[in-house]
Design a protein around this ligand. Structure first.
Ligand code: FEO
Ligand code: CA
Ligand code: CA
Ligand code: CA
Length: 743
């Protein structure tokens, strides 16, 4: 887990055989599923031709690779017969004239904003035709859009981040002592902070396949970097609201940048959705006083804070935000317009004698959204789609069937937060223009999981008098609305994924250290203890290893207001007690803290981990699965014990995975999270991101003492032992015989 983490339409080319086109179009992740939909919309005309030639005999889907063993090596392991190669790494220049430095710390902020960022996360492949037009069937040329969630500050600067030493905790050598919020530590170097900022955001990068290998195209006119200071439009209900007005834009129609872009989504019309997750940690609030009634020092007091501060507190905004960044305390770089007040805008304290349109007290209300980006138009202005709500957006995956309204499923990743979906007012036709405002109009829902395996979508609408909130307030203070309707508090909702075979929706619940025997419920049923290290260095409590829940919408309708659910798999160590290892995982498929989640077009589910609980025995990993469906298992009684407290919860579990239908495919290097995945339409190249290798400093917590040690030197530029700094990277994985991945 990161330390900065509390948490097209194609014109088919004439020279392809019709069968392969039909197969691809029907099985891309933007599958137009459902019997009623096939033969309609964009599928029209294709289906009648499926009889022509070369249709493969239907063979049951099988995972035909040998499972990879758990590993703590500082390398990437893939199955025998497969090769993983770096495709784009932190620091790779995107534009003509850029060069790769000999040490990553040599990049200036200006060079960094023209190069691939750090902490690669959610990602999507958009095909390009030879003519440079959108082409969803293209394997040899495309655009990768990559989120850059955060930074590993110690790797960015030669000596780590610089603080005014007079502001530091005296017990610390260089940095404010972790967890000590009593000091107002001050950053002193604007260039350092600007470089950190430029490492965030999104990269759009063209890739091509040449001589059998993929490479990225430096200088492609499609290449683009979006940063926390790229101008964006505010769209949807919150556009123009007083709540979003700042001195930067007194009309609240535009805002600067996107932050902490974690998981992603896409639209069937060929755009990318990036999700702003832990944006709250970038803000400071000097007015927030430490309060005796507040058990968390530095947090806004719910007892004595103003109404506005309480709303900020509900999003985790605090006096200091992330310990090591504190951009708000840095001097502003010289700049005007879009580059004015780049640092000070992160300080939410209202300025004396000023109004909301004269300072940045509302800046935080311009973050926390799903942002729609047109990857094919490098001049396009991204749009913050406020109708999809404001929270720690993890992912935003669509479910769409021709003739029905579309749904977008979204996790809110913090402990005890909710699963949401947005249902469009518009009905999907399959011929939407790439540029549209469909995501500005619809209904937001929060999920309630009932103990009997049924669930409800609770509409967050202004007409509900229980909410007593306007449409704008629901868009900006979404958590507050979901609180009022009694949505189910989940074990940190991360990615969502939609099974192309049956339309079921999967959600990773990565872990929850605060789940207790007393608060365990059917959808979040486990609270237990597990030891870490040998000898034991700590005990982890709660839902230590996470689980994957799934739901089937009533009548498979994306707009349904009820659903059935069960738990697909429980994370666990293979040798854990049966009361913990409820899915019966074994050494070839045991995992902890599922996070990234994606169905490929064939219906293979890819599970990626971001773990802190099993790192003593294995680095983070990726598994492939062929899951069943909701209801293929049954009731299970979970026996929970934390300390001396015991309790039981009855849940609904799916049929347990087997060694054949759940297999480990990849293990990453030390200290890395595996996150972000996509595939070419021919299913022969798999793109996977390795995020923050080396960040964890071995098995201890992140600390300054790890700066020059070799916890990980994965993908480093530097050649000298002891100075190597691991870099995040997008890998391309291919099968050595050129065949389809995993089968
Ligand atoms: Fe950025 Fe919730 O993972
Ligand atoms: Ca353990
Ligand atoms: Ca994540
Ligand atoms: Ca995570």
């Amino acid at each position: 887990m990161s330390h900065n983490h509390p948490m097209e339409n194609s014109n088919p080319s004439a020279n392809q055989h019709l069968d392969s086109l039909i197969e691809q179009r029907m099985s891309r992740r933007d599958v137009l599923k459902g019997g009623a939909s096939i033969g309609a919309g964009v599928m029209m005309g294709s289906v009648a031709l499926t009889g022509c030639g070369e249709t493969k005999a239907a063979e049951p889907l099988q995972l035909k690779f040998n499972a990879v063993a758990k590993s703590v090596a500082d390398s990437v392991t893939v199955p025998s017969g497969y090769t993983a190669r770096p495709l784009v790494s932190w620091g790779d220049p995107l534009f003509s004239g850029g060069t790769v430095p000999t040490t990553i710390t040599a990049l200036t902020s200006t060079q960094q904003e023209q190069a691939i960022g750090d902490h690669h996360d959610g990602m999507y492949y958009f095909g390009l035709s030879a003519a440079g037009l959108p082409d969803r069937n293209s394997n040899d040329r495309g655009l990768l859009v990559i989120n850059h969630e955060a930074v590993t500050e110690d790797f960015v600067h030669a000596n780590g981040p610089t603080f005014d030493k007079t502001t530091l905790d005296s017990s610390s050598l260089l940095l404010p002592k972790a967890g000590d919020y009593s000091k107002d530590s001050v950053r002193t170097d604007a260039e350092e902070c600007l470089k950190e900022m430029a490492l965030h955001g999104i990269s759009v990068v063209e890739i091509v396949k040449q001589n059998g290998n993929y490479r990225y195209v430096q200088g492609s006119p499609f290449n683009r970097r979006l940063t926390p200071y790229t101008p964006m439009q505010i769209s949807g209900p919150a556009r123009g609201s007083d709540l979003l007005k700042t001195v930067y834009d007194t009309t609240a129609t535009k805002a600067r940048g996107t932050l902490n872009n974690c998981a992603n989504g896409f639209t069937p019309w060929g755009t990318y959705l990036t999700c702003e997750e832990n944006w709250a940690g970038y803000f400071g609030h000097a007015d927030v006083k430490h309060d005796a009634n507040d058990t968390t020092a530095g947090r806004i007091s719910l007892a004595s804070g103003t109404a506005e501060q309480k709303r900020q507190a509900r999003y985790g905004i605090a006096r200091h935000g992330f310990q090591q960044l504190r951009w708000y305390s840095a001097p502003d770089p010289i700049g005007s317009g879009d580059r004015a007040n780049l640092m000070s805008r992160f300080q939410l304290q209202p300025q004396a004698g000023m109004t909301a349109t004269q300072d940045y007290r509302n800046e935080a209300n311009t973050f926390g959204y799903v942002v729609e980006i047109d990857p094919y138009d490098p001049m396009s202005v991204p749009k913050k789609r406020t109708a999809l709500g404001r929270f720690s957006h993890e992912g935003c995956w669509p479910k769409f069937i021709v003739g029905k309204k579309m749904a977008f499923y979204m996790g809110d990743d913090s402990r005890g937060e909710y699963l949401y979906k947005f249902v469009t007012d518009a009905v999907f036709t399959g011929s939407e223009n790439r540029v549209n405002d469909i995501l500005d109009n619809g209904t937001l829902y929060a999920a309630k999981f009932n103990a009997n395996g049924m669930g409800e979508w609770l509409p967050l609408v202004a007409s509900n008098t229980t909410l007593a909130m306007s449409a704008v307030e629901i868009a900006v203070f979404t958590r507050e609305a979901a609180d009022k309707l009694g949505a189910t508090k989940m074990d940190r909702p991360e990615w969502t994924a939609v099974n192309p075979k049956n339309g079921e929706v999967y959600l990773t619940l990565t872990n929850n250290s605060q789940r207790t025997t007393a608060t365990a419920d059917a959808a979040n049923p486990r609270a237990y203890s597990d030891t870490f290290g040998n000898p034991t260095t700590r005990t982890n409590n709660g839902n230590v290893n996470g689980h994957i829940i799934r739901l089937a919408e009533t009548s498979d309708d994306p707009a349904a207001t009820t659903f059935r659910w069960d738990i697909y798999a429980f994370g666990a160590e293979a040798d854990a007690a049966a009361s913990v290892n409820l899915s019966g995982l074994t050494d070839s498929n045991d995992f902890s803290s599922p996070d990234g989640l994606w169905f490929d077009p064939r219906g293979i589910l890819w599970i990626q981990t971001d773990d802190g609980a099993y790192l003593d025995e294995t680095n983070c990993m990726m598994l492939a699965a062929i899951p069943g469906k909701v209801g293929d298992g049954g009731p299970v009684t979970v026996n929970n014990v934390i300390g001396l407290t015991a309790g039981t919860v009855v849940t609904v579990a799916g049929k347990a995975p087997t060694a054949d239908n759940l297999k480990r495919f990849l293990v990453g290097p030390k200290g890395a999270e595996i996150t972000g995945i996509d595939m070419t339409p021919d299913r022969k190249a798999l793109f996977v991101n390795i995020q923050h290798p080396g960040e964890s400093g071995g098995f201890s917590n992140y600390s300054q003492t790890s700066l020059f040690t070799e916890q990980s030197s994965f993908n480093a530029l530097e050649l000298t032992a002891g100075s190597r700094r691991a870099r995040s990277v997008t890998l391309v994985i291919t099968k050595d015989d050129g065949g389809e991945i995993a089968v």
